[in-house]
Design a protein around this ligand. Structure first.
Ligand code: MTE
Ligand code: MOS
Length: 765
């Protein structure tokens, strides 16, 4: 398909030309530079902070816990301090801040600031957290526990022909946005203005309001943001607090810019997960029961873990119909940098877990991996684990069959099995596995996944996102929202939604700068909610606007008008939209979001409509594994996504490409581990992400099954592609070796070990 210039991203040119201003592009007179003094221990008592006399402290500003008016970062809870006061709970936890006229002087000052610690025992393993004598949170270190129960597992046990048990693990993942975290705070009389690379301006504003309660007013401005992926959802509240405190105490504007090492080691990551799973099936392979104990390793403070956990628990069994279910999910504390939001928000961990359960079943029942999935797929009219009846826009089977057909799955499966046979045979016999340079093992695997758009449960009704559209003096509608562009295409989507709703050119629509003094709180830019949730307010207001103008025209001329294709027709008059709108310059339209009233969720018992609707997808991954080096390459990746309606087709494809590749990285490249409380990566030397050369051939199809309450039927898209990529890749590796692989990332050394098992046991696990 040829690109249509009308579909270009509205932010593309300014970014390509280097005109877009990122936070590091700000030129502010008298700007000071801030840095952070961090704990070198996973857990320790702070004994003292000493200022070395050899340094001239009057030239710099130092902030410690004593200087913080209210020392907590308001998020779901208030447990995380802005600066540690008595105890540090993770390696890198901020203890003090220094600002100076130059970065060099600030670094020099840091050399002369001596913090003494008494190291304490710490929690290193999420499975040990509950029993540990070390108490990081409450009596058992559980930040949040969720139980989802349906039917009766005893019943499942009675009717089942087979019970399969397995443990599944997923690792950390780092966002690797192009632009590391950065923030500038500017003191202005009674106000502090904070500007930075961030997703959720009102989260930052609320957090700073609590810290400076009554002392300063707060304004938050969104700078052009070079990627976020959830990593700039909660963390910027802490960074903004640091910059603001330095600005408050020094009286100077202060910037804090993280370098890559600091960003990788000390900002949020994707939560690692561990789960113990038991699954009951009948003789045909139909699921009769599922029993899951699921843990998220949440790090030292609560941050967003309860909601990440909720999404994981509500996602796990989503694609399959299972009559008896028990999911016990816990977010537990460890002495590690707090994990936070990351594209998929618990979904990738959950779907990987469920898809490995299906893989294990297939192997134990000696069925094909796609067949076990096929007979268990949930469909319209059926009920999920929370008792939600899926009523509309359900495309689980459509995406599944479409991707199998387009990828030629069945034929390739047979072909690759045959192809692999002699190579595997030589491996088993311990002989040199290659007769020919092209002797690589070929895998094909699949995954089925979904993502609920918008906040979980009653979240949207609590937050009541507000949107405002104003007509400017030129008769152009200006959209005022707190939604932020971070590369996902929100600016293009918003302008296009209103342009289409009014049947005018996209150039006619403007967006207000995201500044909390100007824009209403439409909620955070998370949970793939901008297009579906906030976008629905845009179409609602668009309709209201036309209705209002039609009424006004009738009043003015005394006869009715009609609106079509951007023009008002009445009598023998034809008035373009802009001409009519111009007469209403200054007119304001506002609207607040509510879910359709029949969507109900009981947050005490975890019952009901967890999400108003789901986006659905399935993927097929093909891989090649070198039988000597065990190097893994994803060669082809097919995926079908059903997203209600693609607001901008090219951009939707790009989201699916990027998200899928990020999921491939999660599966086979990105390894980040905790060793003695320290994270073991420092930058791109030891944290490997897929690059263009690792990009497989991708074949993407978008299906549209409109959601009646989304703008033009659109549902959420941004996170979905990442959610199911890793299990598809691992499924293809399991297909090659016919052995359990239940953890990601999978590295060549893991496959080497599998080959050793093959060799020892002649293929028996
Ligand atoms: N795509 C790009 N290019 N950059 C990003 O930072 N963030 C993802 C996804 N796609 C991200 C992205 C995440 S975490 C979310 S929640 C959604 O976009 C948000 O998009 P939406 O609210 O506009 O739908
Ligand atoms: Mo996205 S993880 O919800 O910011």
């Amino acid at each position: 398909m040829k690109p249509n210039p009308k579909d270009f991203r509205v932010d593309a040119l300014s970014k390509l030309r280097g005109e877009a201003r990122y936070i590091r592009d700000e030129r502010i007179l008298g700007l000071w530079h801030g840095l952070t003094v961090r704990s070198p221990h996973p857990r320790a008592r702070i004994i003292s902070i000493d200022f070395d006399d050899a340094f001239k402290w009057q030239n710099v500003t130092v902030v410690t816990a004593q200087d913080v008016p209210n020392n907590y970062v308001a998020m779901i809870e208030k447990d995380m301090p802005v600066l540690a006061e008595k105890i540090v709970n993770y390696v890198g936890e901020p203890v003090a801040l220094i600002a100076a006229p130059s970065p060099e002087l600030a670094m020099e000052a840091r050399e002369h600031l001596h913090v003494q610690y008494k190291p304490l025992p710490f929690i290193d393993d999420p499975l040990q957290a509950e029993q540990s004598d070390i108490k990081l949170y409450g009596s058992n270190n559980v930040f949040k526990e969720i139980r989802i129960e349906r039917g009766d597992l005893d019943e499942a046990e009675k009717t089942a022909d087979k019970v399969v048990e397995l443990e599944v693990r997923t690792g950390f993942q780092e966002h690797v946005y192009l632009e590391p975290q950065g923030m500038i705070a500017i003191p202005e009389n009674d106000r502090i203005v904070v500007k930075g690379s961030l997703q959720c301006p009102y989260y930052v504003k609320n957090a700073l309001n609590e810290i400076f309660k009554g002392l300063r007013d707060i304004t938050v401005v969104h700078a052009t943001t070079g990627g976020a992926f959830g990593g700039k959802e909660d963390f910027p509240s802490l960074l903004a607090a640091h910059a603001a405190l330095l600005a408050y105490k020094s009286g100077h504007p202060v910037a804090i810019f993280y370098d890559r090492r600091e960003d990788i080691q000390f900002t949020t990551k994707r939560h690692p997960s561990v789960s113990k799973n038991k699954v009951y099936v009948d003789a045909e392979g139909k699921l009769v029961g599922l029993d899951i104990e699921f843990y998220l390793d949440s790090g030292a403070y609560v941050t967003l873990s309860p909601v990440v956990l909720a999404r994981a628990a509500l996602t796990i069994s989503g694609c399959y119909y299972i009559p008896n279910v028990r999911i016990v999910a816990k977010a537990v504390a460890t002495n590690t940098v707090p994990s936070g939001a990351f594209r998929g928000f618990g979904g990738p961990q959950a779907i990987f877990t469920m898809e490995m359960i299906m893989e294990e079943l297939a192997q134990k029942l000696k069925m094909d991996a796609h067949r076990v999935r096929e007979i268990n797929l949930i469909d319209e009219g059926q009920t999920t684990a929370t008792g939600q009846v899926l009523k509309y826009s359900v495309s689980n089977k459509q995406t599944f069959y479409d991707v199998l057909e387009r990828s030629n799955y069945q034929q390739k499966l047979n072909k690759y099995r045959q192809w692999n046979e002699p190579i595997l045979e030589r491996l088993k016999q311990g002989r040199y596995p290659k007769r020919h340079p092209d002797d690589v093992l070929k895998g094909i695997g699949l995954s089925v996944f979904l993502h609920g758009a918008g906040f979980t449960g009653g979240g949207e009704n609590r937050i009541k996102g507000k949107l405002r559209i104003e007509i400017n003096d030129n008769g152009q509608p200006v959209i005022y929202s707190a939604q932020t562009e971070m590369g996902q295409g929100q600016q293009t989507a918003f302008r296009k939604i209103l342009a289409d709703a009014l049947a005018v050119d996209i150039e006619q629509i403007l967006l207000a700068d995201v500044n909390t003094d100007l824009v209403p709180n439409s909620g955070p830019t998370v949970a793939s909610r901008s297009t579906m949730v906030v976008g629905s307010l845009i179409t609602d207001i668009g309709r209201e606007m036309i209705k209002k103008f039609l009424e006004e025209l009738k009043q003015e001329y005394g006869f009715p008008f009609e609106y079509r294709t951007g023009y008002f027709y009445g009598g023998d008059m034809v008035l373009p939209f802009r001409q009519v709108a111009q007469k209403h310059a200054g007119l304001i339209f506002e609207k607040e979001y509510r879910h359709p009233p029949f969507i109900k969720f009981d947050e005490q018992n975890w019952k009901g409509d967890a999400y108003p609707v789901y986006s659905w997808a399935a993927a097929v991954a093909e891989t090649e594994v070198d039988p000597i080096t065990f190097n893994i390459k994803v060669t082809r990746y097919y995926t079908t996504h059903e997203i209600g309606k693609a607001i901008n087709y090219d951009q939707s494809i790009a989201q699916i490409q990027g998200g899928s590749l990020q999921g491939i990285g999660y599966a086979i490249y990105e390894k980040l581990e905790r060793q003695n409380g320290h994270l073991n990566v420092h930058g791109f030397v030891d944290y490997i992400i897929p690059t263009t050369v690792d990009m497989p051939f991708m074949d993407i199809k978008i299906l549209e099954n409109p959601y009646p309450f989304g703008p033009f039927g659109a549902k959420g898209l941004g996170e979905l592609p990442l959610v199911g990529a890793a299990p598809a890749v691992v499924s293809s590796l399991r297909m090659i070796f016919s052995l359990p692989i239940n953890k990601i990332p999978v590295m060549p050394e893991d496959l080497f070990e599998l080959a050793q098992i093959l060799r020892k046991n002649g293929g028996q696990p």
